[in-house]
Design a protein around this ligand. Structure first.
Ligand SMILES: Cc1cc2nc3c(=O)[nH]c(=O)nc-3n(C[C@H](O)[C@H](O)[C@H](O)COP(=O)(O)O)c2cc1C
Length: 328
């Protein structure tokens, strides 16, 4: 970088203290906004207090820390009404909220008298409350608490956990975001083809396209929403799966159609029609549509390195953009 380009760097986050000292302090509002650009999931952290009462608060500071030993962390504000109860607790649970659980996120972020009155929950293996319908949960034994400025870090050892294919709720720049709201914005208009890239244990569901060749489950939608269409596709397979992120958006210029493919994780189970095939070139050889074949080959490559992106373009050319799925 040349010396001149330094001059154009914006220093909005720096402010001088009023006492004339040379020390500078960060503008906390601007800093909070900058932190907020990091898209996260939303969790409800729960525990039980000394009286055996369920307690909990909404948190997006959850981070997976270590696999061996299995450790996770959340940051709790020193001002929290639950501060004393949580630093003395023997454990806590982290409930990863589903995209339909915005109300739960709001209830546990506001001063509600009994936050648990409006949710169904049960005790986890370590004794902390597990909220029904969450995408995943981790019930933890307290490993360590670490003072960290105006927050305390709760480091927990995972004793029990579960996860489902239900897509999680996202949070970015102070707003809740979901995979399907993003898809609705893309999926309006006529002549839209929606397909479901349904994955189970590293395999993808392919169905007979009627000519003996293989295809993804797909449907042409005229005026219904893209996520309604993909839900119908999933339901026709008899599998338990939810529409997750949009994996590919492309304009099929030959058929004059817009094409959207949703990535869907399926739970264990056998499909009513079609078959799960491994992501290798021989198995994918039978896929008829070259654009879908290219997409599946990309999916296979990305699955190997555990990093997916979204394709935007035509069936012949376009670009792959990173998916904002946050940390995994
Ligand atoms: C999306 C979202 C994420 C939040 N993340 C955190 C967090 O990580 N840590 C925290 O202490 N508070 C967080 N809060 C704020 C608390 O949920 C909120 O202050 C709540 O009222 C705390 O309740 P308590 O004082 O009863 O613990 C978050 C709020 C929202 C809406």
């Amino acid at each position: 970088m040349s010396c001149n380009s330094f001059a154009s760097i914006r220093v909005a986050g720096l402010a001088h203290t009023g006492d004339g000292a040379t020390m500078t302090q960060l503008d906390t509002r601007a800093l909070r906004n900058a932190f907020g650009t990091f898209m996260t999931g939303v969790t409800v952290v729960t525990s039980v207090d000394a009286n055996g009462q369920a307690i909990g608060f909404t948190a997006n500071s959850f981070t997976s820390v270590s696999l061996d030993p299995p450790l996770v962390l959340v940051c709790l504000a020193n001002t929290s009404s639950n501060y004393n109860a949580l630093i003395d607790a023997t454990g806590f649970a982290v409930n990863i909220l589903a995209q339909t659980q915005v109300d739960v996120a709001n209830t546990f972020a506001r001063p509600v008298e009994d936050r648990f009155a409006t949710v169904d929950w049960h005790s986890g293996p370590e004794g902390s409350p597990i909220i029904d319908g969450a995408s995943a949960w981790f019930d933890c034994r307290m490993h360590k608490t670490i003072d960290a400025g105006d927050h305390v870090i709760l480091l927990g050892e995972v004793i029990g956990f579960d996860s489902t294919p239900v897509p999680g709720l996202g949070y970015a720049r102070g707003a809740y975001v979901t995979a399907s709201t993003a898809a609705e914005a893309l999926g309006t208009g006529t002549n839209l083809v929606v397909s479901a890239l349904i994955e189970q244990d590293g395999k993808v569901l392919l169905i007979d396209d009627g000519t003996g060749r293989m295809a993804l489950p797909e449907v042409i939608v005229s005026d219904e929403g893209a996520s309604a269409a993909v839900k119908k596709l999933i339901s026709a397979t008899g599998l338990t799966a939810q529409p997750g992120f949009v994996y590919s958006v492309f304009e099929d210029v030959v058929r004059k159609r817009q094409h959207i493919s949703f990535l869907c994780q399926a739970a264990e189970g056998t499909p009513l029609k079609g078959v799960f095939v491994p992501l290798d070139p021989t198995a994918l050889d039978d896929v008829a549509d070259p654009a879908i074949l290219t997409m599946l080959e990309r999916y296979a490559q990305e699955a190997e390195i555990g990093q997916h992106g979204i394709y935007v373009g035509t069936q012949n050319s376009g670009e792959v953009r990173a998916l904002n799925t946050g940390r995994t």
